[in-house]
Design a protein around this ligand. Structure first.
Ligand code: PMV
Length: 328
């Protein structure tokens, strides 16, 4: 029986987290860490999920979930897989049961876009299994339905970057512009291993803005201008400037109250080890930081993050968006 594998990349926000909620761009990189979904048809109409990386397997019969391993209900993420699979089947007009195996190199709730990457891979694998030849735009839109289950009404950055790969400039009410660079940027992501909720952190910034509107508006303006300059520096491969902008951006995010001491330690240790720049990435409050260094310094930065009890990963920008292949 035919099996289809789909993989999709995670992401890291280089500039513009939090400010993008109000105005200006976010600059987002697809990373070479991927989520993977294997799908095959079943003889019955169950949707079976094996997500042992997340600690569960089980199936939906209608809307009722029957656990096989793990807890009875694994909340929104499982609901998101189901939503993506069902919406895709509906979109291509197929009524079948599926066996889906879900694996990921991306930590969950760490700001690296794991849920979007899994949603994108789910949609793509179901589409490819029934030879539907889904356009990328449809894959991204269907994956957004799953993202809504997990995150409410997210900006749509994550499903887009996972679908298309590369570098995106995203701005609310304007949309996406995709870039490719002619040079490679290796960087290091350090995971604090502390899960956090994006929604709660966005709310925290909003409350601070309500209390201190002028102050917070000034910080947002500065982050907006850093994001614009950061994209220029990236295109011009001006790495020292890129590093400076990351450092200032981290300071401003700290000022907004979304850093934690472990992130600060990892950021400062990276700079001390010779990184051009380092900042938290994503919503903050835990999750990940990223550091950017010249090739000879990467090893030192990696070790510095490790010494702070962070979990370092050497990553590259990935220009490969969602990909499918048949495994007969
Ligand atoms: O969920 P994360 O960690 O990728 O962060 C999202 C970025 C924010 O600007 C904080 C929120 C948003 O919706 O843009």
């Amino acid at each position: 029986m035919m099996i289809v594998e789909a993989t999709a990349p995670g992401k890291a926000i280089l500039f513009g987290e939090h400010s993008v909620v109000y105005r200006g761009p976010a600059i987002v990189l697809a990373i070479d860490k991927r989520a993977r979904v294997l799908t095959r048809e079943r003889d019955d109409d169950r949707l079976f999920f094996d997500a042992m990386d997340l600690g569960f397997s089980g199936y939906f019969e209608g809307d009722a979930y029957q656990p096989v391993t793990g807890e009875a209900w694994r909340g929104k993420r499982l609901e998101a897989f189901k939503e993506c699979a069902r919406k895709t089947l509906g979109h291509i007009g197929v009524e079948k049961g599926l066996d889906m195996t879900v694996r990921s190199e991306l930590p969950i709730a760490a700001g690296l876009g794991s849920s979007a990457a899994l949603c994108v891979a789910t949609v793509a694998s179901v589409g490819a299994l029934f030879e539907a030849d889904l356009p990328l735009e449809d894959i991204s839109t269907l994956a957004y339905e799953g993202e809504k289950v997990v995150h409410g009404t997210p900006s749509g950055v994550d499903n887009n970057i996972s679908t298309y790969g590369g570098i995106l400039r995203y701005e609310k009410d304007i949309g996406f512009e995709r870039f490719e660079l002619e040079y490679e940027i290796p960087f290091i992501i350090g995971n604090t291993r502390r899960k956090r909720s994006t929604k709660r952190l966005v709310d925290r910034v909003r409350r601070l803005r309500d209390r201190e509107p002028e102050l917070v508006e000034g910080i947002i303006d500065s982050i907006v201008s850093i994001s614009e300059s950061g994209l220029e520096a990236l295109k011009e491969s001006d790495l020292p400037r890129l590093g400076d902008l990351m450092n200032v951006n981290h300071g401003l995010l700290s000022a907004l109250g979304v850093s934690i001491s472990k992130l600060d330690m990892m950021v400062h240790a990276s700079r001390g080890a010779g990184a051009y720049g380092a900042k938290l990435t994503g919503a903050g409050g835990g999750g990940c930081m990223m550091a950017f260094a010249s090739e000879p310094k990467l090893e030192d930065v990696y070790r510095a993050i490790h010494r702070c009890r962070g979990d370092p990963h050497l990553v590259k920008v990935s220009y490969e968006g969602v990909k499918t292949r048949r495994l007969e």
